[in-house]
Design a protein around this ligand. Structure first.
Ligand SMILES: [Zn+2]
Ligand SMILES: [Zn+2]
Length: 365
């Protein structure tokens, strides 16, 4: 039995290193995924810098991945009860062990807040075997939910990557009225997917603010009608720009996908009276921000919604969209950059600086 190469973050703040580990023994109803591509996203940058709580270092990052089922012991079933076969191309829901028995799951029906849930590549560490995608193989534990990607290009699916279910959840929370003007704050992967999905949901026009220019160009290629660089425009200039594009009223719906706390207040200010704001960009704690409850929220009669994580339905519907060539078009045009396991640190730096639209780990490169 040969070893398996995996990229590991040894401890918070340490550089990623490649280690060779023994291939894990398979329990009943588990499988090994031979990774084709795995995600490098902002969360991985935060993981490497030690900015997320409750992470069991050392850790193999990579929460969303695509690959082929290399070995199955027992049975792995899809959501319609069909058995997967060795050789099938799949992705899998990175969230594992949602209990469907606790108060959050059963009463609040908010499974993304289930306290029992574990996430591959984030809250499963190296001690939990090969539980991250930056490796030649991932151990898919029993009850891991796989989704077929037969007929879907690995690269196209990963152009959406983890941003696709995240943005899908946010756009679902936004309940965009047909013909609405939507403003997306942020031009990272979640912002870009939100632009595409907002248009798919019936928005007439989507505006996008972000940086650098290469990502704003990607937003326009994805269908955004107008973009503005936040590095070269003050908040007052941004507000004027939004008002100029919305007959002086503000956007019907604003999706915040930046990671900067101040953007949440901007989102409220750029929304029209009685509009909707969805906050999806605050996955890590970047601190506090102040706002005027009378002017920014109450008098505006705003509907402000948080959006935490994603569940199986968002992954499943994302995969369905990607299986439709016409729907997948805007994602297939995004520029991707592949990095081998040995270049994981470069990939993190490229994501942190925003130099790339999307970085992927290709363990076979
Ligand atoms: Zn639960
Ligand atoms: Zn991610």
């Amino acid at each position: 039995m040969g070893g398996v190469l995996a990229a590991v973050i040894p401890e918070p703040g340490a550089r990623v290193e490649v280690r060779e580990v023994a291939e894990p023994e398979l329990e009943e109803n588990s499988a090994l995924l031979e990774v084709e591509l795995s995600e490098v996203c902002g969360t991985d940058v935060h993981l490497q810098r030690g900015r997320l709580a409750g992470v069991p270092y050392p850790l193999v990052p990579g929460h969303v991945s695509v690959g082929r089922l290399g070995k199955i012991r027992g049975r792995m079933l899809d959501v319609e009860g069909r058995a997967f076969r060795e050789g099938d191309r799949v992705t899998f829901l990175d969230v594992h062990r949602t209990c469907n028995a606790c108060w959050q799951c059963l009463v609040a029906k908010s499974t993304t807040r289930c306290p029992a849930r574990k996430v591959y590549g984030i809250t499963y560490g190296f001690a939990d075997t090969l539980a991250g995608g930056w490796a030649e193989k991932v151990y898919l534990k029993p009850a891991t939910r796989c989704i077929s990607l037969e007929g879907v290009e690995a690269e196209t699916f990963m152009a959406g990557g983890c941003a696709l279910p995240t943005a899908l959840h946010a756009v679902e929370r936004a309940q965009i009225p047909l013909g609405a003007t939507v403003l997306v704050l942020g031009s990272g992967p979640v912002g870009l997917s939100a632009v595409i999905l907002a248009l798919m949901s019936g928005a007439l026009r989507v505006l996008c603010t972000g940086a650098p220019d290469s990502r704003l160009e990607a937003a326009r290629a994805a269908g955004a009608h107008a973009t503005l660089n936040v590095e070269t425009h003050s908040t007052d200039e941004r507000e004027e720009w939004v008002l100029a594009h919305t007959a002086g009223r503000g956007a019907d719906v604003v999706v915040e996908a930046t990671g900067a706390p101040a953007a949440v207040v901007e989102a409220m200010r750029y929304a029209r009276d009685a509009g909707t704001v969805v906050v999806v960009g605050q996955y890590t704690d970047h601190g506090e921000v102040s706002f005027n409850p009378h002017l920014d929220l109450n008098r505006k009669h705003l509907d402000v919604r948080g959006c935490w994580g994603s569940d199986f339905s968002h992954f499943y519907r994302g995969a369905q969209l990607m299986a439709d060539a016409a729907r997948a078009g805007p994602w297939s045009r995004l520029r991707l950059e592949r990095f081998g396991l040995g270049r994981a640190n470069e990939a993190l730096a490229a994501v942190a600086s925003g130099r790339v639209v999307k970085a992927l780990i290709d363990p076979r490169a």
